[in-house]
Design a protein around this ligand. Structure first.
Ligand code: PRP
Ligand code: URA
Length: 209
């Protein structure tokens, strides 16, 4: 079973409160999603391997730690996952970015794929799949299945807000994938929206609807 890691640092909880508020407009919403992604990225990169390098300080020659050349990939699920890319890239600027376009059919609630462009060497990379919302889990499960079919083996899923149902579904379908979230909310409503959630993340990010 994959691990569930809830990153509930006070700064993260504070910013989550702000993005949940229906009076927060698109500009602030976008800025906050970026800041939240960067704060989560700090925890997500905790297990990056280090190597010892020799440097010279103004005082002496010494050995010090540096990130070992790990190949990373960030995969936002369009659209809303796009809002998390810049924050994550601030911490891991050398990561390659792949895109998967999925939308949830409002009738069937099933994910429909409409775009995919991935780094050619995803099988060699540690991949971080980004989507602010994990509701039924349909979109995340489809995206993970998709990149696994292209050879990916090392995958983390990072969401801001998740439902218990979505977490359970992803853990069952992809027990090798660890899930990082800022909050596990109460439940899904009749339209499969997360309660209390923040509404439609894509629309709030991009000012649509
Ligand atoms: C939202 C969200 C997730 C998905 C979550 O995207 O960003 O991708 O719904 O729901 P699920 O867990 O039940 O699949 P949406 O389909 O609204 O598309 P958008 O990002 O283009 O707005
Ligand atoms: N997608 C969203 O953007 N929000 C939800 O609450 C559920 C799915």
């Amino acid at each position: 079973m994959g691990k569930l890691i809830v990153i509930d640092h006070p700064l993260i909880q504070h910013k989550l409160t702000l993005i949940r508020d229906k009076n927060t407009g698109s500009k602030d919403f976008r800025d906050l999603v970026k800041e939240l992604s960067m704060l989560m990225g700090y925890e997500i990169t905790r297990d990056l391997p280090l190597q010892e390098v020799e440097i010279e300080t103004p005082v002496c020659v010494t050995k010090s730690k540096a990130i070992a050349g790990k190949k990373l990939g960030i995969i936002p699920i369009l659209r809303a996952g796009l809002g998390m890319v810049d924050g994550m890239l601030k911490l891991i600027p050398a990561a390659k970015v792949g895109h998967i376009g999925l939308y949830r059919d409002p009738e069937t609630l099933e994910p429909v794929e409409y775009y995919c462009k991935l780094p050619t060497d995803i099988e060699e990379r540690d991949l971080i799949v980004l989507d602010p919302m994990l509701a039924t889990g349909g979109s995340a499960m489809a995206a993970i299945r998709f990149i696994k079919d292209k050879g990916a083996t090392n995958i983390k899923l990072v969401c801001l807000i998740a439902s218990p149902e979505g977490i359970q579904a992803v853990q069952k379908a992809h027990p090798d994938v660890d899930i990082y979230v800022a909050s596990v909310d109460e439940c899904l409503n009749d339209h499969a929206y997360i309660v209390p959630g923040l509404g439609d993340a894509g629309d709030r990010l991009f000012g649509t609807k």
